[in-house]
Write a protein that binds this ligand. Structure first.
Ligand SMILES: [Zn+2]
Length: 242
């Protein structure tokens, strides 16, 4: 079983860039199926209302609930005071299994961390290269598991990659996904130093090709049991399955 731990699905309302406009399902699914990716964590693209985006995502996920594992988007500022209600509803009503926060919206808040802790949900927190943000948050909320996408930087910031690897070694609740990481040796180092139980295969589909991203994990040449962790075992553990 191969699980892609990072994909976007649905329409955004920004209309200024791919990531706030449209994350179409069909091209992703075609490529993921060809690459033998069985299941996919999906989250909304950037949106002006995550309440609406999460509801739209739930409708798409309902078409194939055996495939999709939805995470709820929240905006730390705009959704202030409503996070628990929003995420609680997404979990109980639609079976959402995690929370997605992006620093481009705003840095994560205690409200979001406490919601994650109380509802026992992992948080995908994109820090956009500002790895020290993880330090405080993961230390303050040791029972919440944080997945740092792109090993800390979609923009290829090797300093952020190195900081996140060091954090994973020191902080047991910090994980990373492999999506969009170009400098291959940082993935090698993640597995070697932080361990195969800390890296999650993710594609950042539909904008990146899930087959190409999966191939990076295969190229690590890990023993089968370690590769299985990266390709799905770790994600299942974090969402409380298995
Ligand atoms: Zn993404």
């Amino acid at each position: 079983m191969v699980i892609d731990a990072h994909c976007h699905l649905g329409k955004g309302d920004g209309l200024t860039a791919p990531w706030n406009t449209d994350a179409p399902l069909q091209p992703y699914l075609r490529r993921a199926r060809a690459a033998r990716i069985d299941r996919t964590v999906v989250m909304p693209p950037f949106h002006g209302s995550y309440a609406r985006a999460n509801a739209a995502l739930a409708r798409l996920v309902a078409r194939d609930p055996a495939r999709f594992i939805p995470f709820a988007g929240v905006h730390p500022g705009r959704d202030e005071g409503h996070v628990r209600t929003m995420v609680g509803r997404a979990k109980s009503r639609w079976g959402f299994r995690g929370i997605k926060v992006h620093r481009f919206d705003a840095p994560i808040t205690r409200e979001i961390c406490e919601t994650a802790r109380d509802l026992r949900l992992p948080v995908i927190y994109d820090v956009m290269g500002n790895a020290p943000l993880i330090e405080q948050v993961a230390g303050q909320y040791p029972t919440v598991n944080f997945i740092v996408p792109h090993l800390g930087s979609f923009g290829d910031d090797w300093r952020a990659h190195r900081q996140v690897i060091d954090q994973m070694i020191r902080l047991p609740n910090v994980f990373a996904d492999s999506s969009g990481v170009r400098r291959f040796d940082y993935l090698v180092e993640t597995v070697r130093r932080a361990g195969p139980d800390r890296l999650l295969f993710g594609s950042d589909g539909p904008w990146l090709h899930p087959g190409a991203e999966l191939h990076k994990i295969r190229l690590l040449g890990l023993p089968r049991d370690e590769e299985d962790l990266v390709l799905g075992g770790n994600l299942l553990r974090l969402i409380g399955r298995r």
